[in-house]
Design a protein around this ligand. Sequence first.
Ligand SMILES: NC(=O)c1ccc[n+]([C@@H]2O[C@H](COP(=O)([O-])OP(=O)(O)OC[C@H]3O[C@@H](n4cnc5c(N)ncnc54)[C@H](OP(=O)(O)O)[C@@H]3O)[C@@H](O)[C@H]2O)c1
Length: 349
Amino acid sequence: MLPGPSIGGMALSTETIRWGVAATGGIAVRFMEGMQLVDDGVVAAVGSRTLDRAVAFADRFGIPGRHGSLDELAADPDLDVVYVASPHSAHEADTVRFLEAGKHVLCEKPLALNAGQAQRMADTARANGMFLMEAIWSRFLPAYQRLGELLAAGRIGTPLMVEASFGFTRPVTPEHRLFDLALGGGSLLDLGIYPVQLCSLVFGAPDRVAAVGHLGSTGVDERVAAVLHHRAGGLGIVQTAITAPLACEARISGSEGWVRLPAFMHCPQQLLVGGQRGDEVVDAPFEGDGIRFQVHEVHRCLREGLGESPVVPLAETVEMARTLDEVRRQIGLRYPGEQAGDVTPDPAG
Ligand SMILES: NC(=O)c1ccc[n+]([C@@H]2O[C@H](COP(=O)([O-])OP(=O)(O)OC[C@H]3O[C@@H](n4cnc5c(N)ncnc54)[C@H](OP(=O)(O)O)[C@@H]3O)[C@@H](O)[C@H]2O)c1
């Protein structure tokens, strides 16, 4: 594994890394459950927009620090790193606030609404000598580790196509963040990012994108299909939806074989491999919530003084945001308040 750029200060040497959790919604609860299985880190404080919610969350999980604003959480001197678990639309402001307050950050996916925001967040982390990573937790799961090894060993020859889908059916509820344009709703940024990150893992950034999508009554993308073309010829076929139950599987086809990631492709516990060298099932089980594996990576990076993870480097995060920008441009999806220069411009001018 290549070392990432280092952070300005000394590597963290404390035995227990102290986390803050910013926001108290669904994924913050899962993060807490995952943290039960991490023995060299502790959640020392939680921050919410209201003290009531912070106290309720803290009481539920036995967290000593509770703050009724994220500014207070940022000022807490007893924290090393903050997990940002707010809606996408708040990620830039929240992350920048913590980085500038001298806290390292693990921020939920997508890191930002668009590439301009993602680039500013990466720049802020570097300028302040702080660690920042987008929480692409799939990359740290045993199955994705095995996948990386298989591809590096040439088990399927040269990868040529990736087919990946992730989507489910949710009743259209305008008040839910998935259907709320102002919160960065829609399928692409929430779920489509998993197929896109798989294509990025296999091929790198695309040089051409062709996308179509359906925007629903609340203005968000409810269904999207995109083809990502890569300079060396690799094609990624990506489907995502919040109003259709997709297969949620992925298949990577190469010159000498294939690898299948069964549902759910973002957190499989098995890989199915086939081709010229025979068929095989690669088991990659794990216990509990796999969200914790990325925490081990954050701890490793902080202890080694790395400013970013080589497994989800910031440059790749910005590239993936560019890809998502281009898909959104083609399907006509723009979030309110987005600065024109933040979204990757139309390549045709
Ligand atoms: N890694 C994964 O598998 C996974 C799964 C689900 C979600 N996510 C990501 O995690 C993020 C949060 O998703 P979630 O499902 O946890 O959302 P959620 O249940 O709606 O919770 C989001 C929380 O953010 C806070 N918040 C801040 N500004 C808000 C606003 N304007 N409106 C509503 N809430 C606001 C609220 O906490 P307070 O009231 O305490 O401030 C709220 O409870 C998203 O970026 C999503 O993509 C990741």
